[in-house]
Design a protein around this ligand. Structure first.
Ligand code: AR6
Length: 182
């Protein structure tokens, strides 16, 4: 699996994907992705950080969106952020792998990328969705993130830069293993 992914990554335009250690709220990209909950009402982790940095208008707009199902995505403006767009996606809670969690996580990345394309986004930053409060195993989550992004990029000409934002050394190491570029 790891080997296949590495080959796949090597066969595409690798420069488009970058792994960075950063606070996602500080990034100057067209869109940042929020690992939200179904109510889209703010929370802890990256969701809390994004709401604090974007300002209270974000919650006001989120409240009008009617929530978001797991595996889907909704867009708001970035308000006080440098990013023009926030794409809120709801990752699955990990229940041991018997509740379609892997497909739902892949769907988060895919639906987010599709929505980004609709809004003409050229640069986007993803946190490691579901790997915090939702307890998705890190290796599986990183595999799914990279595989889904790489597949999407292979048929998309619009996105120029995808940042995989790490807040945790284990996640950074896992992404680095998958994106070995020699
Ligand atoms: N920048 C980048 N990544 C971050 C940041 C940040 N500022 N803060 C945390 N992370 P989590 P989930 C990383 O728990 O697992 C919320 O309460 C973090 O290290 O934010 O999808 C929501 O409202 C981890 O790798 O999201 C939901 O209820 C990753 O972001 C629930 O948590 C995701 O961790 C969603 O849980």
């Amino acid at each position: 699996m790891l080997f296949q992914l590495s080959l796949l990554v090597k066969s595409m335009n690798k420069d488009k994907i970058k792994i960075i250690n950063a606070d996602i709220t500080k990034l100057d990209v067209d869109a940042i992705v929020n690992a939200a909950n179904q109510a889209l009402c703010g929370g802890g982790g990256v969701d809390g950080a994004i709401h604090r940095a974007a300002g209270p208008e974000l919650l006001d707009v989120c409240k009008t969106l009617g929530g978001c199902n797991t595996g889907l995505a909704k867009r708001t403006p970035g308000f006080n952020l440098a990013a023009s767009h926030i794409i809120h996606t709801v990752g699955p809670v990990w229940y041991g792998g018997h509740k379609n969690e892997e497909d739902l996580l892949a769907s988060c990345y895919l639906e987010t990328l599709k929505l980004a394309s609709i809004h003409n986004v050229k640069s986007i930053a993803f946190p490691a969705i579901s790997t915090g409060a939702y307890r998705f195993p890190i290796k599986k989550a990183c595999d799914i993130a990279i595989k889904t992004i790489v597949e999407y990029l292979s048929s998309d000409n619009q996105l120029e830069r995808v940042l995989l934002v790490c807040f945790d050394a284990k996640i950074e190491r896992q992404y680095q293993k998958l994106l070995v570029i020699k």
